[in-house]
Structure formats: C-alpha cells, structure tokens
Design a protein around this ligand. Structure first.
Ligand SMILES: [Zn+2]
Length: 479
C-alpha cells in the first residue's frame, strides 16, 4: 500500500509548545506598595463575564471529548502526590467562586517539558511538568492556572469556535465527526494533544487575554495568592525566550500579549481581595524535586503517537506481534480498539490515521501491514456506489495502477451504518508476496470515511481476524 506521504514519527517532547503565559516587553515592577499606591488612582475595571451564551453542557461535552484524546496522546502522570497537589492548588482557585461554578474543573499533570498548562472547554485542565519545574513559587504556577481557568470560565474557546462556525453541527453525531475528524483527522494521532487544544484553544484575541489576566488576577487574590506573581512569571519567561525559545515560543501565537499586562494588574490591585499575598508557600519545592526525578517520557508522549520503525525496502515479511489486549483510541468523533502493541499515528498532510504493527511500514512510507483510515471527497460521483469506485480509483492511482479488485463490492455494516467493502490485491512492498487490501467505505456528511486493511498474503490468516475485530469496534460519532 503506497501512501503519498511518508509516515513521520510523532514529534517528541516539543509537541505541546503552548507555554502558558508569556509577556513581551513590559516594564519591571516597581514594588507592590508603589503599585498599590498607583492603583488607587485608577478606576476599577468591571470583572469580566462570559459574552458567549450557548448551553454550557456543550462546553462540557466538547471538553470531555478532547480530554479523552489528550489522555491518550500525552503521558498523564499517575503519581498521587503530584495529582493531589495540583488539585489542591486548582481547587483553591475554583473555591473562590470567581470562576463559573457550572463547570466541573479537573486537574491533571502531564509529562511535557514545555512550560504550559492548558484548559479545555468545560474545565478539564492539564498542567505540564515543565511549568512546575519553571515556576519559582506556587503563586506563579497558580497564576498560569488562574489565567487558563479564566479562559474556560469566560468561554473564550467556545466563542471563538462559534465565530468560526466550526461547531455549527456539534451535538449531532455528524457535527462531532465533522468538527473533529474532518477538521484534522491525522493530527490527532500525529500531534497528540495538540489537536485537542488546537481546535479549541486556538488563538485568543488580545481582548480575551486581557480578560483572562484580569479575572485570573482577581481569582488569585481571592485565593490568597499574590496576583503580581502572574506578571512576574511572564517576565521570567520572557527573559528565558532568548535561551530556549522552543519551550515557550508557542505561547506567543496562542496568547498574544495585550500590552502592559503588569500595569493592568497593578492598576486593579487595590480592588482585589487583600490576601496574605505570600510568594513563598505551598509544596512546590518538593513537587519540583518529584518532577525532576521522573523517568524521561518515551518519545511521542505515551508512545502511542510514535510510528513503528520502518523496515528496509523489499524486506521479507516479518513476524507481526499482535497483543491479545486491545486499547481504545478516540480520534475526533471516531473511536476504535486496536491491539495495544500496535502504533496509531497520523499524517498531518494527508489527514489519515494509520494503525500499524511493528514491521508494518517500510522505508519510503509504503505500508505492508496495518489499517489506514481517511476521508475522501467524491469529485463527480452521483451515488455512494460511484463514490466508492472513485475512491478505489484514487487508491489504485496512488499504487501506480497496480491495485486490482478481486470481486464486486459487498454490503457490510460498520458502527450500525451501511458500508461497502471491496477486496483488492496489489504487489506487496515485502519481498516475494502479494498484498490484500480490503477497502471499506461509509458515507459521513457527504464524504466517504474509509478504512483500508492491508496485509501480505502469507500473513493474511493472522491479520484478517485482527482487522475484523478492529472494524467491529469502530464507533462513528463517539465522544
Ligand atoms: Zn491566554
């Protein structure tokens, strides 16, 4: 099975470069007392409220859907001490009542070196170990959390999405599939959580940034943290940009600096709850040690995003390892179970997902064994049957015309939908064998969602039942 683009391994540690809060070009603080004095001369700004009024259960549903992807693609640290710590800090902010109480905020730590934390609509929040390592004190880390939680509470992503009409059909099955899968199928597997955040966090406006800063600062103050630590942390990151931009650079594109962040916070200090404002408290030090002692994350986060090692071209057919245990994959509206020692990775360019056993890919990107999942937009077809034939032609062209149908398409079912399946044969990229390609398609929102099950003839009796199991597990419109 030739595919137009080579399989690339998922990016490693740098894949989530959404450094949380960075500011460029703002003045050094002149001390809190001075700041408060100046602040008294400023008018109180209204505490921001959400301008988006859609049903809140939608935020929660969207967040859950993307959180499931994040948990698959990133390494959530199971350490209890760390988890309870991040929950203590997060819940301290939530308990202020400054944030929308209708959202079930949750907090998890993911092993990722970049300095970031991100929250999905409706409240699932993920804190990078890089943030814990980089914060000088608990208030700085809490500041990043407060800023991100404020985006959730103010529903900025939902408002964004609505503006861009990417969630018009959300809530219906088709919408969920469209919004997630057709929008960036391959990215889910290839870039892990980036899909989860990219789709919803996207780029915040400067207005949204100002609002998140302000509500975040109020929330911090009420929780007893010094809101200025948020600004101090921004400064620190700004200084670090020169040394290691990769760790934080992404933030600049996601969270544009609204300008004078420090001054904006300072000017409102007088109106904020007078907390104990201590910079040095909490258990951050021990958590930093704990984080530093973690074994390094496998490439591709949990390892599920990484592709198998390519075999040399024209290799003999390898022994495929097929685990009896299946793991669940949830990819933007599509869920399925695959042997847990197989790789699930994606190709951003083609928007395809590939489920591959070790040895399933050869140099140059030819797939010798595995399942390819993609979407096809019919060009001239007037019916599904014609669209299916168009798809076969397109796949055949990608295989230099060497793919042939063995029989007429058969009617099948997938996820309770009607599907067509064609059995094709082509030369295998492995030495001395032919290849079976079972192509199955179903219609989703005027496009074809298709699955191609690929395997060498000599191992088909081993692979065929696995493909059957995987296809049976497929759920379209899952969330
Ligand atoms: Zn922001």
């Amino acid at each position: 099975m030739e595919v137009p683009t080579a399989i690339t391994n998922a990016p490693g540690a740098g894949m989530m470069r959404r450094a949380a809060v960075v500011l460029m070009g703002f003045a050094l603080l002149g001390g809190e007392l001075l700041a408060q004095k100046q602040a008294t001369q400023q008018k109180q700004k209204p505490i921001p409220v959400a301008k988006y009024n859609g049903p809140k259960d939608k935020d929660i549903a969207v967040g859950k859907q993307y959180a499931a992807q994040v948990e698959q693609q990133m390494r959530v640290i199971p350490n209890e001490e760390l988890t309870s710590y991040i929950n203590r800090v997060g819940n301290r902010l939530v308990a202020t009542g400054m944030l929308d109480r209708d959202f079930p905020y949750t907090f998890k730590v993911v092993q990722e070196q970049s300095i970031n934390a991100f929250a999905l609509p409706g409240g699932p929040m993920f804190v990078h170990t890089g943030l814990i390592a980089a914060a000088e004190n608990e208030a700085q880390m809490a500041g990043v959390l407060a800023h991100e939680l404020s985006h959730v509470s103010l529903r900025h992503s939902m408002a964004n999405a609505k503006k861009q009409q990417t969630i018009s059909g959300l809530g219906s099955i088709g919408g969920a599939v469209l919004g997630g899968m057709f929008g960036g199928l391959g990215q889910i597997a290839a870039e892990g959580a980036q899909m989860g955040t990219q789709a919803w966090v996207m780029k915040y406006s400067r207005t949204a940034e100002s609002e998140a800063d302000l509500l975040g600062a109020y929330t911090m103050a009420k929780a007893g943290y010094n809101p200025l630590e948020l600004a101090r942390f921004f400064e620190k990151l700004e200084q670090q940009m020169g040394g290691d931009p990769g760790k934080i650079a992404q933030f600049f594109s996601d969270h544009p600096n609204p300008g004078n962040r420090t001054t904006a916070i300072e000017s409102q200090l007088a109106y904020m709850a007078p907390g104990s404002y201590t910079a040095h408290e909490g258990d951050l030090d021990s958590m930093r040690k704990l984080v530093a002692g973690l074994p390094s994350a496998p490439r591709g986060g949990s390892g599920q995003g990484a592709g198998p090692k390519a075999l040399a071209a024209n290799s003999p057919v390898p022994e495929f390892q097929i685990s009896q245990n299946y793991r669940h994959i949830n990819a933007g509206g599509l869920s399925l179970s695959v042997p847990d020692n197989w790789h699930a990775n994606g190709d951003k360019q083609s928007g395809r997902i590939m489920i591959l056993p070790e040895g399933g890919v050869l140099e140059g990107g030819a797939i010798g064994a595995g399942i390819l999942i993609g979407t096809y937009q019919p060009k001239q077809a007037q019916s599904w049957e014609q669209a299916h034939q168009e798809l076969l032609q397109s796949l055949t062209q990608q295989n230099q015309g060497k793919m042939q149908a063995e029989a007429e398409p058969q009617n099948m079912q997938i996820s309770g939908r009607n599907a067509l399946m064609s059995r094709m044969v082509s030369p295998s990229p492995y030495q001395g064998t032919k290849e079976h390609d079972y192509v199955l398609s179903t219609v989703v929102q005027n496009q074809l969602l298709y699955f191609v099950c690929v395997g060498p003839d000599s191992r088909w009796s081993q692979l065929g039942p696995v493909y059957g199991k995987v296809l049976q597990s497929v759920r379209i419109g899952a969330r």
